[in-house]
Structures are given as C-alpha cells and as structure tokens.
Write a new protein. Structure first.
Length: 306
C-alpha cells in the first residue's frame, strides 16, 4: 500500500458509493492491494482507458475532509489494512473494512466476550458480574455488546474491578443505545474501548446486531454465554464463535434450553459447573495462544454468586 491516509480516504469513498456491498469492496481492495486503484477503476468507468482524474480527486478530497471531521470529534478510524487494526478480526469472513472507535485501541489477545440476554434474571446478572470481575482481576479484557441485561452487568463489573472492557456496539459510535447506557458508554470510551463497524451517525437497526455479534466473536479469543433463550443475539454469537474457530463456554444452568443442549455436543464448547472451572478454561485457552505466562496461575476457589 502507498500513502495510508489517501488509501484510507479511498476506502471511505468506495464504501460511500451508492449500492456498494462492503464485503465485495473489501475483497477487491485485497485483490488489488490498493483502495486507490479500486476507486480509480470504479469511478473511471470500465469502458475507458482514461480515468476521470477530477472525479477521483473530488471523491478523495471529500473523504479526507470527512476523516478529519471524525478525528476532530475524537473518533479513531481504522481501515483493515492499517497496522493498528485488530489482527484477530482479519481472520473472520465478516471482517469489517472500517472500524470506528473511541478509547484505547490496542492489539490484544487476552480478551473474552461475556454475553447474554437483555431480559436477564437476577441470578444471570450476578453470574455475569462474577465472571467479569474475576476475568478483570486476571488481566483479561471483558468484551461485550453494551446491551441491557447481561452485557451491562459484565461491563460494569469489569470497570469496578479496575479491568479493561471493550464495548462492540450495533449503532454508530456517535449514538447511544440503549439511551440509559450513555454514561456507561462514555465511561468505557474513557477507560477502555468502544468500537463500531457502522458509520458514526448510524441509528440502531435490527440487521446491525447480528453483524455486531460477528465482530464481537471475532475480536474475542472465546465467548462466554451466561444466560440466553433461543431468540437471543448471544445464541447467534455462540454459533458464529464456533464458525470462527473460537471456543464457547457456558454454565451448566444454560442446558435447560434445547439449543444449548445441542450446542454442548459440538467440538469447541465447554460446559462448566463453577466459576473456578470457567477461569481455568479461559487461562488454558489464552495460554495456548502464547500470550499468557509460561505456567498457569493458581485459580482461586470462587463460587457462582447466588
């Protein structure tokens, strides 16, 4: 790739074209090893030997101005070919061509997603908080989706324990959904990371949230499903995690659901009966990635909160 800023602007310009399919644009840029080359091809027309330089430069100028405006608003824009782009997301089919973020964007592999239903029980909320607290104390980043219920409990517990948490959201980075989570989102942006694959002003839309789950699954080394009925984004994320080659961990209490019983039979799924067992599996998985200590730490005896 050449000038990264112009390449990033070219990618923004490409994704802004009417009728663009983001996955197809990503594939074309990968094939050409240049967003600028693809933009020139798209805007010059395929039936002419001479590109319309004025149209190309106009699109680039507009995109550069937009990038500058986002930066002025405190939004980091990262293209999939940038060095700071999370390497683990390059491994998944649903790799977002752009990531918009607020907070501290770093390369990290010690990250575990903790997800579950919005209509959580009190026991589920306590379980999510216990899991997130102990992960944070073990220097593991807690990843979740900033939704009501389990997600919010996991984020809050990680912050309370002094740990790092990452919120992968299903709206634009300038939006707050649900509205009551605005203070939590702003705190995560200050102390951790909020990340979105959607244009910064994008409103919540039904189709966004499964896409968000795919990115959350790809970002994390494994997914813990705390509490989730059949109609749940967490169930979708568990399926996507296995597709991405990421392990899934679930408490035995989840086996009251048929979908969980079926999933428990699949390779890569771990059913645990205690928080100690869950933490041991997490440390074993992270150790296997080569980003943990040479020897596994002693895991404390911690029961599920009741």
């Amino acid at each position: 790739m050449g000038d990264k800023l112009r390449e990033r602007a070219a990618l923004v310009a490409l994704l802004r074209l009417p009728g663009t399919r983001w996955a197809e644009i990503t594939f074309e840029v990968l094939e050409a090893d240049s967003a600028l080359a693809v933009l020139e091809r798209q805007l010059s027309g395929r039936d002419t030997l001479f590109p319309d330089e004025g149209r190309i430069e106009s699109a680039l100028t507009e995109a550069l101005e937009q990038l500058a405006a986002w930066e002025s608003a405190g939004i980091t824009v990262c293209a999939f070919f940038d060095d700071r782009y999370p390497v683990q997301l390059r491994e998944i089919h649903q790799m977002p061509p752009l990531l918009f973020s607020r907070g501290h964007l770093i390369q990290e592999q010690r990250a575990i997603a903790v997800v579950g239903t919005r209509q959580a029980s009190e026991r589920g909320l306590r379980m999510a908080a216990s899991i997130a607290t102990e992960l944070a104390r073990s220097d593991v980043t807690v990843v979740s989706g900033l939704a009501r219920g389990i997600d919010s409990a996991a984020h809050c517990a990680a912050l309370a324990a002094g740990g790092r948490t990452v919120a992968v959201i299903g709206t634009g980075i300038e939006r707050f959904y649900p509205p009551e989570n605005r203070p939590l989102q702003e705190r995560i942006a200050q102390e951790g990371l909020v990340v979105s694959q959607f244009w910064p002003d994008a409103s919540p839309a039904k189709q966004n949230f499964p896409m968000r789950n795919a990115v959350m699954s790809g970002y994390a080394a494994a997914t813990v499903v705390v509490e989730a009925p059949w109609k749940s984004g967490a169930r979708i994320q568990a399926r996507l995690a296995l597709e991405h080659g990421r392990p899934v961990i679930m408490p035995k209490e989840l086996l009251v659901h048929d979908w969980a019983q079926e999933m428990a039979q699949k390779s890569g799924v771990h059913v645990v009966s205690s928080l100690q067992e869950l933490l041991l599996i997490v440390e074993t998985l992270i150790h296997a990635l080569g980003v943990g200590p040479e020897t596994l730490p002693e895991i404390p005896q911690v029961a599920w909160s009741r």
